[in-house]
Design a protein around this ligand. Structure first.
Ligand SMILES: *Cc1c(COP(=O)(O)O)cnc(C)c1O
Length: 411
């Protein structure tokens, strides 16, 4: 069924002013109606339910950190953060300073850990001011924090990151005890946590070698700290895959991204948890074309109609986050049926073969990703075809697509 959208009432209000262009009144809000072309719907109740399901899989003493970086994996950081809090998350992980500020400026007061590296004094001063916890990978930033916080009247809470086998951020794990001791000696720095990050927690069953090695290294640091009477603060190691893989990886806190949004980091992980995908990507048909057999469709004519065809042009393309690599391999849902996309996906449009679906007409809404009726298409289907991972698909949706709450309100 085509879902209508409001047509802007025409008014001559602006024509009184000679300088104003002759445009209908209230143009910006009504003509840019969020369901006019293509949009992302976010099921906030699903986020809350996922947080609750994850929470229930943890011991009461283990905290759930909702990772809301990259604008909440494309879902919108603020609605996701609020929905995750409602489901029992107690703190947030972001990648950048700006992402942390967005949470604070929206009035979110829960602890926020910046997972990316901050190197400049100004960045760390902003952290102190807004009570965002930076990740430290060594003494350089620890000393900057000490200098900034000393004399400010408050201690700066930080997390120390140790590299146990990822070779990205973090200090070498063998330096862990020495660093914790040195940070403990800084009176204006408070070590709120000591953590590491797993490089292959989503590996197939029976292929746990690297995860086990990382766990052993991390635990060796913790034992050494305990022996010396040093406090690591909150201990954490697991991402979604680690969380779903084994409670032995949970420690005091788990940092969950993908699973919070309703997706499993691997087909073998999280099968027991009732995770619900929270994102739906939809778009509207803008034109129907009847063409004969033998017509080349879209750039390069990589698809040629084999029969008289009814083509539906849909207003969404790779500039919105539909990978061009899916050209000729994408399927969309409409009224419980699957339609094939044909020809090259272009920047702003794609074409469907609607020959067998005569009820799809101009204004009709198709679902590219997510559930429709009993059918569903997940980011896993796209990522497999494109040779990437669901994470990249989810955070690939551009800001050109309005984010709307599933109940229809603008989000
Ligand atoms: C992104 C990120 C996570 C969350 O990863 P998921 O696999 O999406 O759960 C956890 N920890 C760190 C350090 C991250 O950068």
């Amino acid at each position: 069924m085509p879902e209508p959208f409001p047509t802007p009432p025409l008014s001559a209000a602006d024509s009184h002013s000679p300088a104003a262009p002759r445009l209908p009144g209230r143009l910006p809000d009504l003509w840019a109606h969020p369901r006019q072309r293509a949009w992302v719907e976010v099921d906030e109740a699903a986020i809350t339910a996922n947080a609750r399901a994850l929470r229930a899989a943890l011991t009461p003493a283990t905290e759930l950190m909702a990772v809301v970086k990259a604008d909440g994996y494309g879902h919108g950081a603020l609605p996701v953060a609020r929905a995750a809090l409602a489901g029992g998350a107690s703190c947030f992980g972001v990648a950048t300073l700006q992402e942390g500020l967005e949470l604070r400026q929206a009035g979110i007061e829960a602890p926020v850990l910046v997972l990316g590296n901050l190197t400049q004094p100004e960045e760390l001063r902003t952290c102190l001011h807004w009570q965002l916890m930076p990740t430290l990978s060594g003494m350089r930033e620890a000393l900057l924090c000490q200098n900034i916080a000393a004399g400010s009247g408050r201690a700066m809470a930080v997390h120390l990151k140790l590299d146990t086998g990822m070779a990205r951020l973090g200090a070498d794990w063998q330096q862990g005890p020495r660093l914790v001791e040195a940070i403990a000696g800084l009176d204006a720095v408070q070590l709120a946590g000591t953590y590491s990050h797993l490089a292959a927690a989503d590996a197939p069953e029976g292929d746990e070698g690297l995860t086990r090695l990382q766990q052993q290294r991390y635990e060796q640091v913790l034992r050494s700290l305990a022996d010396r009477g040093l406090d690591p603060g909150t201990r954490h190691l697991a991402n979604s895959a680690g969380t779903l893989r084994s409670p032995a990886l949970h420690f005091d806190l788990v940092r969950v991204g993908l699973a919070l949004y309703g997706h499993r980091p691997g087909p073998h992980l999280g099968g027991a948890l009732p995770l619900r995908p929270a994102m739906r990507v939809r778009a509207r048909v803008s034109l129907i074309r009847e063409v004969p057999a033998g017509v080349g469709v879209s750039y390069g004519h990589r698809f040629i109609t084999r029969r008289p065809s009814r083509l539906a042009v849909v207003g969404i393309g790779y500039a919105d986050g539909v990978p061009r690599l899916l050209s000729d391999r994408l399927e969309v849902l409409f009224g419980g049926r699957r339609l094939r996309q044909v020809g090259a996906i272009t920047m702003d449009q794609l074409v469907l073969d609607a020959t067998d679906v005569p009820e799809l007409d101009v204004g009709g809404v198709v679902t590219l990703l997510g559930e429709e009726g009993d059918a569903a298409i997940g980011p896993e289907a796209w990522s497999e075809t494109c040779g990437t991972i669901p994470w990249e698909i989810l955070c690939g949706f551009k800001h050109r697509l309005p984010r709307l709450a599933k109940d229809g309100a603008e989000g």
